[in-house]
Write a protein that binds this ligand. Structure first.
Ligand SMILES: Cc1ncc(COP(=O)(O)O)c(C=O)c1O
Length: 382
């Protein structure tokens, strides 16, 4: 009889870690393999495919295969941090390559790109990536090698049309890389929209418990550029430790539950804040008032993410004052964990930041959403 069974859905693949079990014991969780080196066969070959754990590590196989399946890519890499993942991509470019990146994006990476450009390693232009016209004007056919986007982007949650950006990048002969940290593969699969590389700070939603720093890359194709990234990790040495790899894999099994809950709660928090008398503006792609709402509705599925920002009436002092009064939200940087975090973003980005001084960035966790709304309301009322 012909089976009418469909291939498992992404949530099933994640919950079961692709269904992998340990051949030796039947364990439903794979063991941590701490070895740094592997036996060479008597005939001088490495037939089992591994020789040294900086190049490759058995613990990476499951999270990489799972991420590849969730992103719909050809191959993935886990690395020691999101920054390691991102900088591995830039370092794989030819010397002097021209890149185009967003004006407003994860600040440490923006500064790193600007510093690389100042030292002459690359040439960089920063543009408003919510405008495809701005991107079109910035790319230089034959010279631009990489277009880097982040969507939704820190901390205004600006949205970039991935398919539009991919078309512009490819026409110019460039690759499109997407920092998809805040969307996660639950909400957006950039490769389906034409991206060549997807990057995550796995520190955030993929791990989800604020206890691992990690990064990932996924390639649409296992081609020459991808092999440069593979070599970049092993020779650059930006590898993830065994325990961190194990924790990341454990976190990824609950990815869908966490992200779905965070999205639902973030939408409620955003709607409650939109009507609040002490809030000047709510930035959340799930609100029809957000400039990126229409594009987000097209390329995000199942929610608009767990991240939003509010601009507090009364300016910087009022924003910092409100943050001082929260009891349930934790005043901390980072995002994507099970606990809700609040931060006065301009303070962490420092002088020269494009972030408004009255902005509080909110990472919505998985707590009861009404508790979060009540706590915010109290804090804003003072
Ligand atoms: C969107 C985004 N990209 C990249 C990074 C860098 O990741 P990591 O801190 O894991 O190096 C972060 C960290 O906050 C981030 O929020």
């Amino acid at each position: 009889m012909k089976s009418n069974r469909q291939p498992p859905q992404p949530a099933t693949l994640a919950a079961q870690g692709l269904g992998w079990t340990d051949d030796a014991t039947g364990a439903v969780v794979l063991p941590i393999q701490p070895a740094t080196t592997f036996i060479r066969d008597p005939d001088n070959q490495y037939r089992r495919g591994r020789n040294y754990a900086r190049a490759d590590n058995p613990g990476y196989d499951q999270p990489q295969a799972l991420l590849t399946a969730l992103e719909g890519g050809a191959a993935s890499l886990v690395l020691s941090s999101g920054m390691a993942a991102a900088t591995t991509v830039f370092r794989a470019l030819p010397a002097g390559a021209h890149v185009v990146a967003p004006l407003v994006m994860y600040h440490s990476l923006r500064r790193w790109i600007a510093a690389q450009a100042a030292e002459g390693h690359i040439a960089a232009d920063f543009v408003d990536m919510s405008s495809l016209d701005a991107l079109r004007e910035a790319v230089v056919p034959g010279r631009t090698r990489l277009v880097w986007i982040e969507t939704p982007a820190n901390p205004l949650w600006s949205v970039t049309d991935i398919a539009g950006a991919a078309e512009i990048a490819h026409k110019a002969g460039a690759l499109l890389a997407v920092d998809s940290t805040t969307a996660s593969p639950v909400l957006t699969r950039p490769i389906e929209h034409g991206a060549d590389i997807v990057m995550h700070s796995a520190t955030k939603y993929l791990n989800g418990h604020s206890d691992v720093i990690a990064g990932t890359l996924t390639g649409a194709r296992d081609d020459e550029f991808w092999q440069r990234l593979v070599a970049g990790r092993s020779s650059g040495g930006a590898i993830l430790g065994n325990m961190e790899t194990y924790l990341l894999m454990r976190g990824m099994r609950t990815l869908f539950l966490r992200v779905e809950r965070a999205c639902r709660s973030a939408q409620r928090v955003a709607e409650a804040m939109a009507g609040h008398s002490n809030v000047a503006e709510v930035l959340y792609p799930g609100l029809p008032s957000h400039p990126g709402h229409a594009v987000a509705a097209r390329q995000m599925h199942g929610g608009f993410g767990g991240m939003l920002s509010i601009r507090v009436k009364g300016g910087e002092a009022a924003a910092i004052g409100a943050a001082a009064r929260v009891e349930i939200w934790k005043r901390a940087t980072s995002l994507g964990g099970v606990e809700s975090l609040m931060e006065h973003r301009a303070s962490i980005e420092g002088p020269g930041t494009p972030v408004p001084a009255d902005l509080l960035r909110l990472s919505v966790g998985i707590e009861d959403p009404q508790d979060l709304i009540d706590d915010l309301d109290n804090a804003l009322r003072g």
